[in-house]
Design a protein around this ligand. Structure first.
Ligand code: MN
Length: 202
């Protein structure tokens, strides 16, 4: 069965002023839609057609560039929309808050390290907060549309927070000021969703 572009979980202007409506419209309606369409074309007539996107990515052959780029793009953006929200921002709560304090010292230390991973990714890519078996948290970044589900990625694990640092994610509003976009992202993180993912995968 072909993958379908998931609806945004909120209105395209819901993350204003931190992420603008025009960026959301193009990012979801053009970029995410494009990855979805190209993923479907890449898996048509192959055994991947019967698998979940998680299974496709965890079993991925790194030389399968079309599925690596477009399957990654499909999954990454779906997660990205889900870990943001109009009621987001503030500090984490619940088990994820305790885990962040344990692994990074404090929320402020986590924010600093995650921001550095996002700002330091040269070119296009993503910053991640990943949980490993046993609950260990790790911050990492990947190039292009790679993600921590892919077995050849060094910080492989279950992603619980994702930040897209491709220029298409921020250029209309922030131009070359990626650090301003990264700072704004913390105002829209849906920590309830991050906590839910953490509890499901720790
Ligand atoms: Mn993107």
């Amino acid at each position: 069965m072909a993958f379908e572009l998931p609806d945004l979980p909120y209105a395209k202007d819901a993350l204003e002023p931190h992420i603008d409506a025009q960026t959301m419209e193009i990012h979801h309606g053009k970029h995410h839609a494009g990855y979805t369409k190209k993923l479907n074309a890449a898996i048509e007539g192959t055994p991947e057609e019967k698998k979940s996107i998680e299974d496709i990515l965890t079993e991925l052959d790194p030389t399968n560039t079309a599925v690596r780029n477009n399957g990654g793009g499909f999954y990454n953006h779906k997660l990205f929309w889900e870990v943001m929200g109009p009621e987001g921002g503030g500090k984490p709560n619940g088990e994820i808050a305790e885990a962040i304090d344990k692994h990074f010292g404090s929320y402020e230390d986590f924010k600093d390290q995650f921001s550095k991973a996002a700002a330091g990714r040269f070119g296009s890519g993503w910053a991640w907060l990943t949980v490993h078996n046993g609950g260990k948290l790790e911050i990492s970044s990947t190039p292009n549309q790679d993600n921590p589900l892919m077995p050849f990625v060094s910080a492989a694990g279950e992603p619980v927070l994702a930040l897209d640092v491709w220029e298409h994610a921020y250029y209309l509003k922030y131009q070359n000021k990626r650090p301003d976009y990264i700072a704004a992202f913390f105002n829209v993180i849906n920590w309830d969703k991050v906590n839910e993912l953490y509890k499901a995968h720790k």
